[in-house]
Every structure is written in structure tokens, then in C-alpha cells.
Design a protein around this ligand. Structure first.
Ligand code: TXA
Ligand code: MG
Length: 341
């Protein structure tokens, strides 16, 4: 979270944004993961404006954001013991928990006809203050046009949604950089539906065994249980290829494509960036600390759209810790295209 965020607390901007939300308008705001596009989760009219602004398919449910634990009881039923532990350990924070939805409270457009709902309590002072002031559950998907990388600065939101939304609360860069982990706690054993800011290892430390939706594995043809995971997403305009191999091998691939007359980009790391000769090389973070890669990933993917490249080769990462979320997003950005040495 940027230092200047403090200046926004008690700032008229937040009160104005809150007033717009109460009037069923849509407003973008920062969270610790990515910017969200918020609306009153109890109003059909407000929630429809989210789908319209994003161009989001209406069968993809939205997650609901709260500021205080006491907002939860009104919205959901059957809170399991594991969910209790997860909330205590990771809220506020980048974990979305799927519960059974209490009927008749939220707009049915939020749940897209499902009988469950994802709830999250963001850990960002501006998000917290905005939701608290508004005193409503706030439906908020990531504030990008559907299919684009999620926004990690107000500039990204403006690029995608300028003219389509009522306002943006500007909090500078977000922290984590990838979205929250989505975990379904309605079954006997909780299941991770989307890897994200809280790692599988951290969750296992808190509650023991968890499952991971088998459909997240690119080798299967199963339909993902989280509707949003079936869509292509995060892709820059130029095709991305994930490379499993040394930087020397990646350089050979670059040379070959350049000989064919193509302009080539490389998604590199601080440790490797100086080894490449390509048309555009961007380091997305350090291999010694994958949280830096998560923080910069979407900005890096978006940055290639301002570069004149025909294709992009990307280094790959281990799937430990936050690496699982990074590789999940890179796989989607690449449409599962791999090159192996
Ligand atoms: O970090 C985040 O989670 C951000 C910030 C703004 O909070 N929000 C976000 O929302 O990423 P969105 O809508 O882009 O992604 C929510 C994901 C989608 O893949 C959606 O399909 C899934 O959660 N989801 C929502 N409700 C669900 C439900 N009842 N069952 C299964 N999956 C659900
Ligand atoms: Mg999204």
C-alpha cells in the first residue's frame, strides 16, 4: 500500500464514492489484491451495471465484500468449523470463502443463480473504510474489462473502464497483485477453486487437508467449479508462450523468431533480464521472492500492449506458495501454450 493512501482516509473522495454506491452506481476501489468494481450487492440494478461495464458473461457470479464479521450472518447459512478457522486466521485478507447463500437477501444477479456465495473481507484501509461508510455488502469483481489482466493501479482501471463507471478511488498500486484465493467451504473437505493471495500451504497449516479443484490442472477436460476459471483471461494482445528451459534456450527461441522477421518480447526476472537480447525484455520481479513477481505480473502483461511485439516468451516458476497462483494466471494468459526444452 502506497504511503499517500493515508491522505485519502477522511477524504471527501471516499464519502462521494460511498454516496454513489448507495445510489446504486458502480465505483472502482483498491483492495490489497487488485482493484475491484463495486456495487450494492442487494440491488439488481446496481449489480447489472457491473456486468455491463465489464462486458462480463452473466453466468459468472460475483464475490461480495464486507468490512466487519457481523455483516456475514445476514448473508450466509451453515458456517462450518473450518470456515470459522479460516476467517479467524486470514480475514481481513486475500481469501474468498464460498458459503451457502441465505435466500432473499442479495441480488440474484450476484450469485448468477447458484445457491452459494463467495464472501471476502479485504485488507486495505480504503476498501475497509468505503464498505464501512456505505454500510452495505459490496459486490466487486476485478475492475478490468472481461478477459483483460486484472487492474493493479487506477491507471489500469481508467484504461479499461473510462466512461463506463461512476468513479475510481485512487489508492496507487495494490499490494499482493493477484486476486484472492477462492475456497469452497460448503463440502466436508474444503476445496480451492482459484489459487491466489493465500497459499495452499498456509491454508493446510490452518485446517489440515484441502482439495484443489482438479479442473485447474490443464491436462483435464473437467469443467471448473468456479465459473470464472473457464474463461480465457489476462492475455496481452500478442500471444504468450511459457518456456520450460534455461535462459540460453529462451534466447535461442528469440533468435529464431527474429530471423523470421518477428518482433519478440520476453517476460524475464531481475536475475535473468540482462542475459536477453530481444525487442522488449521486462523483468516481472525477483526469483528470490516470488511475491514481487505476483505484485508486478499484471502490470507486466499490460505493458506489452504498448510495445510493438508479435509474440512473447515467458520464463516459468515453481508452483510452491504464491507460485501456484502466478503459474495459474500465466497459463491462462498463454492459453496453455508451452515450449519445452
Ligand atoms: O481479489 C479478488 O478476489 C478481487 C478483488 C476485487 O476482491 N475480486 C475478484 O473477483 O477477483 P472476480 O469476480 O474477478 O473473481 C471471482 C471468482 C470468479 O472466478 C468467480 O467465478 C468465482 O470467484 N466465484 C464467485 N462466486 C462463486 C461461487 N458461488 N462458487 C464458485 N465460484 C465463485
Ligand atoms: Mg476477475
Amino acid at each position: 500500500v502506497d504511503k499517500h493512501v493515508d491522505n485519502f482516509l477522511g477524504n471527501p473522495q471516499l464519502e462521494e464514492a460511498s454516496e454513489l454506491l448507495r445510489q446504486n452506481e458502480v465505483v472502482a476501489f483498491p483492495t490489497e489484491t487488485v482493484y475491484g468494481l463495486g456495487a450494492n450487492a442487494k440491488s439488481d440494478l446496481a449489480v447489472m451495471k457491473i456486468y455491463e461495464a465489464k462486458g462480463r458473461p452473466s453466468d459468472n457470479p460475483l464475490i461480495v465484500h464486507i468490512a466487519e464479521k457481523n455483516q456475514l450472518e445476514e448473508l450466509v447459512t451453515n458456517i462450518s468449523e473450518q470456515a470459522q478457522i479460516l476467517m479467524q486466521r486470514f480475514w481481513p485478507g486475500p481469501l474468498t470463502i464460498i458459503f451457502n447463500c441465505r435466500p432473499g437477501i442479495l441480488s440474484e444477479k450476484v450469485t448468477a443463480g447458484m445457491d452459494t456465495v463467495g464472501i471476502r473481507m479485504p485488507d486495505h484501509p480504503l476498501a475497509h473504510e468505503l464498505i464501512r461508510l456505505t454500510n452495505l455488502p459490496i459486490a466487486a469483481p476485478s475492475a478490468n474489462r472481461s478477459g483483460k489482466p486484472s487492474p493493479t493501479t487506477a491507471w489500469h482501471v481508467l484504461d479499461d473502464l473510462n466512461g463506463r463507471i461512476a468513479g475510481i478511488v485512487d489508492g496507487g498500486y495494490t499490494g499482493v497483485g493477484v486476486e484472492s484465493t477462492v475456497i469452497d467451504c460448503t463440502g466436508d473437505i474444503p476445496m480451492i477453486l482459484r489459487p491466489g493471495g493465500v497459499s495452499k500451504e498456509q491454508i493446510e497449516m490452518a485446517i489440515g487437508e484441502v482439495l484443489v479443484d482438479p479442473a485447474l490442472n490443464s491436462d483435464t477436460n473437467d469443467c471448473p467449479k468456479s465459473p470464472g476459471m473457464k474463461y480465457t483471461h489476462y492475455a496481452p494482445d500478442a500471444p504468450v508462450y511459457l518456456v520450460e528451459g534455461t535462459f540460453t534456450y529462451i534466447q535461442e527461441l528469440v533468435n529464431k523468431k527474429q530471423k523470421e522477421g518477428l518482433k519478440v518480447g520476453v517476460i524475464a526476472t531481475e536475475e535473468t533480464k540482462n542475459n536477453y537480447r530481444a525487442d522488449c525484455v521486462i523483468a516481472c520481479g525477483s526469483r528470490n521472492d516470488l511475491s514481487t513477481v505476483a505484485h508486478n505480473l499484471y502490470d507486466t502483461l499490460r505493458a506489452f500492449n504498448n510495445q510493438d511485439v508479435d509474440l512473447i516468451f515467458s520464463e516459468t516458476f515453481s508452483v510452491e506458495g504464491i507460485g501456484l497462483a502466478i503459474m495459474n494466471r500465466l497459463e491462462k494468459a498463454a492459453g496453455h501454450r508451452w515450449v519445452r526444452q
